[in-house]
Design a protein around this ligand. Structure first.
Ligand SMILES: Cc1cc2nc3c(=O)[nH]c(=O)nc-3n(C[C@H](O)[C@H](O)[C@H](O)COP(=O)(O)O)c2cc1C
Length: 141
């Protein structure tokens, strides 16, 4: 499952760190994996796990007042996890590949048929993101 949302309140770095620490611990408990990308006041999050766990977590997340205009862009069964090494990978795009990938998802989200339009951009972005996470800070993509 993947969604895009907008930051609704001012969050300091320590607010974000606290949120991420809790999310990481809770996801580990629930067997959820995924990634959260923060860019220009927006969140893009990918959640992987059993359908029941992902749905119940998304319900919690989507009622969180720290973000708004939450747009579910992808929901699909998968045979394998893409981010199986990460309970919650966190990324702030720095390189052009990730920035462009994020923009493509943002554009798709604003189109008349967001879920259809976002399918390929999300897929491409997941690959670039995983590459970035696997090769650490040494590669800026
Ligand atoms: C952008 C964003 C992403 C979040 N991602 C997660 C997450 O992956 N896992 C999680 O447990 N909570 C996540 N949260 C927090 C939940 O919305 C919610 O606050 C939390 O599950 C409730 O836990 P608490 O009642 O113990 O604070 C996220 C919140 C925001 C704003």
């Amino acid at each position: 499952m993947a969604y895009l949302s907008k930051l609704a309140v001012a969050m300091t770095q320590s607010d974000i760190d606290r949120l991420l620490n809790k999310a990481w611990a809770a996801n580990t408990r629930r067997g959820i994996t995924g990634a959260l990308v923060m860019e220009r006041g927006m969140f893009f999050q990918i959640l992987e796990g059993t359908e029941a766990e992902v749905r119940s977590l998304f319900k919690l997340i989507s009622s969180d007042s720290r973000h708004r205009e939450i747009q579910l862009l992808m929901e699909r069964p998968a045979n394998e996890r893409f981010f199986d090494d990460w309970a919650m990978a966190v990324c702030r795009p720095e390189g052009s590949k990730l920035k462009n990938g994020f923009s493509a998802i943002e554009e798709a989200a604003a189109s008349p048929n967001p879920r259809e339009a976002a399918a390929k951009p999300i897929d491409d972005f997941m690959h670039v993101l995983r590459e970035h996470l696997l090769h650490g800070e040494s590669t800026t993509v």
